[in-house]
Every structure is written in C-alpha cells, then in structure tokens.
Write a protein of this length. Sequence first.
Length: 457
Amino acid sequence: MATGNFPESAPLAGLFHFADVQVDVGAHRLSRAGREIAVEPKAFTVPYFTLPNEGGFTNIQLLGYVDLPIAAFLLVFRLFLAERPAEIAAMTAVPLVQLYVAMLLMRRLLQVLGAKPATGLAAAALIPLFPLLTSNFLPMRIDHHGWQAVAALACAWLLVRGGRGPAFAAGLVAAVWQTISLEGLPLAVVLAGLFALRYWLWGRRDHEAFLGALALGSIVLFIATRAAGDFAKAHCDQLSWPHFAAFGAAAVLASASRLLPGQNRAAGRFASLIPIGLAAGAAIVLPLGACAVDPFDGVDPVLRHFWLDNIVEGQPITRQLPSIAAMLLWTILLLALGARMALRQAKRLEQRERWAFLALFALAAAGMSLLVLRAALAAQLLVIPFAAVMLMHYLPRARALKRVGPRIAATLACIGLATPVVATAVVKPFDRSSAPAASASTATTPGGACDLEFQRP
C-alpha cells in the first residue's frame, strides 16, 4: 500500500511528499529525510508511480520481484545496523548472492554434462571474467537482469537433466522469470521448443510438464501479487491474460495430443506439435497485435527518438560500439569452438545429446544478443561451459611448457582468449573514431534543451 499527495504549500506542481520521501518530478530529484538520493530513471519511476495513487494498491511487478531479496536482507541488517549502513549492506549482499547462485548452478550443470570436476571449477571461476557478468554481479548493482540470467542458467541445468520432474521445475522457474520481466519470453519459447524437439525425436513428453508448470506458475504468481481488476487488462510489456491463454492453450493441447493417432512415429509427433505453436501464437498476437512482438510499437515517435532509441541495452549489434560488437561476436565464436570440442570429447550418446541441447539454447541467446544487447548477459552465462571445456583442454598444455616466459604467456592467453575480455580490449581504441550508440545524455531537441513542466492534475 502506498499513499501520496500534492502538498498545498509545494513550490512546484511536481513536488510530492511520501512519508519522509520527497520527490521533485520536474527536477528529477529524490530525497529522504532531507538527504538527496541519486537514482537512475528506472528507479525514479517507482515513487513517481506510487505518489499520485493515494491509498492505492502498488503493482508489485512494477516495484520488482528483485526488490524482495533486498527487503529480506534489510530485515536482517537492520537488527544490528543503522538505516543507511543496512541499506548499503543489503545492496552489497544481493549481487554477491546472485553470483554465488550462478557459480553453484554452473558447477551442477557441468556435473550433469559429465565434465570433470576441474572443468566445473573452471566454469565457476570464469563467471566473474566475462564482461557483462562482472558488471551485473558487482556489489551495489541492483537490477532485474542479473536474476534473469540466473533463471536462464537454472533452466539450462534443468533442460539438460531431462525428465518430467526437471521439466516441471524448469516451467516454474520460467514462470518466475517471465513475471520478473517479459524480456525472457523469447528464451522461454526456445525452451518449450527444445522440450518439444525431444518429444518429436524420441517421444519424451517433457514438454507437457514444462508447459503445464509455466501456465500454472505464471497464473498463481499473478493472482498472488496483482490487483484483481488487472486480470482483465491486456499488457504488452508484462504478463497478462493473453499470455496466460497462450501458455494454457499450449499445455492443454500438449496433453490432448496423447489422444491423437500416430504418436508412436516421429511424423505423427511432429504433426501434433503444430497446433500447439499456432494456438499459442494466436492467443498472444490476436489480442495484442504488433506490440506482441515489439512491446514499444505504440511509443510516441518523439519519445522513441529521445528516449527509447537512446537505450544502448535495447539496440542491435549494428548500433553498438566496436568493442561491444567484438564482445558479442567473440561470445558466439567461443560457443562454436567450445561446442565442437565438447561434442568430440563426449564419450556417451547421452552426453552428446545434453551438450547439443545446451548449445542450441546458448545459440538462441547469443543470436538474440545480436538483436538486443541485454540478451548478451544470459548468452555469456550459457556459453561459459563451452569456454571452460576449451580452457581445460589447452591450459595443461600451456602449463607443460618448460621455458618460463612462453609458459606464462601461453597461460595468460588461454585464460584471456576463453573470455571476450581480450577481444573487447583490442578493439576498444576504435570506439573513439566510431559513432557511439545513442546516449540519453546527448539527446537534445532541435531547438535546444528540453524543458518539461509537470502540471497539477
């Protein structure tokens, strides 16, 4: 619950009071108990949304599920710290918890893939060496992308494990993932497709469990955290009834396919999967239209020019700086070379199948990163197992060199080339001569500075 109102004595129409928090909308300034707090635009929208709705229900999805771990740590740290140190401690702990969970999942993933224990340790150690992972798991980094990447890794682990139980768990994780942000919807579709591929090839009905858990989990989370009146609204940028209809239709049709003839043959199984995709696609596209593909399709052209087009993480590779483009392409190269090596080293058919499915999932994420930079975070995390395989193949050879100089150089080369860091660093000098990707700080109106005045409603 949140209360907010315009004070009658406010010097500006855009000045709000919220308990001990004061928000100056026009000046984009937020202070608490007289102390100014620096916030980025996404964080600034939270109090701005709550203030005009006195006594109204605050949408927990807007506030973000990522805030719940922070709140939990705050409850603990407030027991023995003052407010400001407790906040700093909580915001320091949460990204480190994300890193710990990612490293733990990475080791478990390598174990399922049949890799040696040393390869699992190398994969966990490589996580902080990937550029985007380093920045997103740093203390004080509070954002929803880190949890999305962890969810992608958890789904990858459950995918390669196989079986109805892991598939059901993957569906629940995907439901939480989509509830945090629909940015993960394309990869959730890829996951459903990979589970369906197993059914087509080998008759394993894991896709039933995944789709059922995705539908059930997303609806339960919606009911638990959203106002009842919001259920009838269709949203492009967050879960709403068209998505539930798509998930539910896919789950029902997947289960109903048991009644169809020819399910003991690959051709019959493939035919049974076609209505699932068509029904799910129609359930989303028909109500939402173009924004089902692009949630920002209806954005005002002026807002798109001065804001949306200036968000670097939402731009394709063609609008990125050369160093970032090199990072994206090197990630794909690591995937290609690492997957080839992992498949050659796998001794059992089951191992090769697991590596192949992980490679397909990672390839989908890497491909998306060429279209939208924010997908590169999940892509880097999913590529690490393949980088670890290459590292553990070449590192012993480098360490076996007798001369000290070549041994040190070869060791550093093995570690550096197993991540996109070296490729990014080599190309970095060319960033200065390249037209930078759009920056919100450089956007100006044709007539000069943009001065927006917020009026009292």
